[in-house]
Design a protein around this ligand. Structure first.
Ligand code: PGA
Length: 246
């Protein structure tokens, strides 16, 4: 496992044609071909995963909690693995909100992803008005329940305060740092300190080329989960290049 900052692009339910998706891949690839000090992962909608060949490390935006069977409409971790994905986003707040994903389901997904040798990017974060500590602790405890110490370092925790996602109201780097420390403290209690220190923690929520560096330098995050800004090749490339130069 390397210590390079990890920048994950979450394209969500965009774009609507494979032609546009291909354009976006090509435009990003052209500019970041030679980066050495950051790792970039692209998570497009499932239907575009196969358009990315060896160009990028790729990941899914979701997965089911079983690898095969009669589950109409679902995509399994094993299918993602067989499409050469290395990562899968699990428990994004949009899945929790619009698809009623519970911590129990998220926990099953994390377990199946790990069993399938995919690295889960577990999203946690409070809604507006919630207390960060209470919500994040409960999510981490429930979502990682039963996961052995030997495997938890493969999990990446993405702190995404719901009020900062897609709102243009990013979290301050002080708040992000407080959350990162809190997440590490929670992991230390559940496992131990050396293990907690190995878990990568990312920040997500209205990341732009203007604030990206603050989260890595100021808040000591290990990387970023980028939504809206990853759909604009120029802006996403700017983020990657700035982090690569740190
Ligand atoms: P945003 O989304 O960058 O558009 O706020 C981040 C995310 O939901 O992962």
């Amino acid at each position: 496992m390397n210590n390079k900052p990890l920048i994950i692009a979450n394209w969500k339910c965009n774009p609507t044609t494979s032609k546009e998706a291909e354009h976006l891949f090509v435009a990003i690839k052209k500019e970041i071909r030679n980066i050495k000090d950051a790792e970039v992962v692209i998570c497009p909608p499932f239907v575009y995963l196969d358009l990315i060949k060896d160009d990028f490390t790729k990941g899914g935006q979701n997965c089911y909690c079983e690898n095969r069977g009669a589950y109409t409409g679902e995509i399994s971790p094993l299918m993602l693995k067989n499409l050469a994905c290395q990562y899968v986003i699990i428990g994004h707040s949009e899945r929790r909100k619009y698809f009623q994903e519970t911590d129990e389901i998220i926990n099953r997904k994390v377990k199946t992803a790990l069993k399938t040798r995919l690295r889960p990017v577990l999203c946690v974060g409070e809604r507006v008005g919630d207390e960060m500590g209470l919500v994040v602790r409960e999510q981490i405890e429930k979502d990682l329940a039963g996961i052995a110490a030997a495997r938890v370092r493969e999990v990446i925790v993405a702190y995404e305060p719901v009020w900062a996602i897609g709102t243009g109201l990013p979290c301050s780097s002080d708040e992000a740092m407080r959350a990162a420390l809190f997440i590490r403290k929670t992991l230390t209690k559940l496992y131990d300190r050396p293990i907690a220190e190995k878990v990568k923690i990312l920040y997500g929520g209205s990341v732009t080329s203007q604030n990206a560096v603050d989260y890595i330098k100021g808040a000591m995050m290990n990387g970023l989960l980028v939504g809206q800004a990853s759909l604009n090749a120029t802006e996403f490339v700017k983020i990657v290049l700035k982090i690569n130069e740190l």
